[in-house]
Design a protein around this ligand. Structure first.
Ligand code: 3NM
Length: 218
């Protein structure tokens, strides 16, 4: 669904798992929701990541908070988990199954997002029926060990120059100081992990990011 609803959901897309937090993940998510995030992705990855029942339990708790506040709950990579929880969608990378296969597995009405790092990957994701693209890494990030080389906003600009209108969210090293440049380049929103998950004041940082994306100066 390449509509305004999808674009507005992408405005401030918070991604998090337990390894990204120093505080209780439920508290972090709740404060981020209060601060104005528009979509959430559960991404339980990295050293010390939860598995099995513990992973499912945390996912359920976070999904519950999202449901209470009408925030779409997206699962990173794990299609089985998304199906078990009846999540609102799945986000996949280039090493995963393609978007059309994932959509078939998920069924009607679900959101399928794809990470892309080059124009060719964006075109392929569109052909496979992706609902949105995560373009990155825009700025240097320490959060993803195997991140591709930093691109700045060039991929987003290139995609928009070719007239492609798929909803795009920028990812990688984004904070309130550089978020507006990502929007100016043609993105519909920004995806962040640590700028929110490790913030001393999660509510304040997410509110500031929301304002930056909306073009409201402090
Ligand atoms: N994907 P932070 S960069 C999960 O380039 C992820 O596809 C990326 O974390 C990509 O906001 C990234 O802490 C990490 O920099 C983003």
């Amino acid at each position: 669904m390449w509509n305004e609803e999808m674009r507005s959901k992408l405005q401030l897309y918070f991604i998090m798992g337990s390894t990204n937090c120093k505080q209780d993940p439920e508290k972090v998510l709740l404060d981020a929701i209060d601060g104005g995030i528009t979509m959430f992705q559960f991404r339980e990855k990295g050293e010390g990541a939860l598995t099995g029942t513990e992973k499912i339990n945390l996912a359920q708790k976070l999904q519950h908070l999202c449901k209470e506040h009408a925030i779409p709950f997206i699962v990173n990579d794990d299609i089985e988990l998304a199906l078990a929880l009846n999540a609102d969608g799945v986000h996949i990378g280039q090493d995963d199954e393609d978007a059309s296969t994932v959509r078939k597995k998920l069924g009607e009405g679900k959101i399928v997002g794809v990470s892309a790092h080059a124009l060719m990957e964006v075109k392929k994701a569109i052909a496979d029926g992706a609902d949105y693209i995560g373009a990155g890494p825009i700025y240097p990030t320490r959060t993803k060990a195997d991140a591709e080389p930093v691109k700045g906003t060039s991929l987003i600009e290139e995609v928009r120059k070719t007239g492609i209108r798929i909803p795009i969210v920028g990812i990688g090293g984004i904070n309130e100081g550089n978020a507006s440049a990502v929007i100016d380049a043609g993105a519909d929103g920004v995806s962040v992990i640590t700028a929110i998950s490790l913030a001393a004041d999660v509510f304040e940082r997410s509110s500031a990011l929301k304002k930056a994306v909306a073009g409201i100066s402090e």
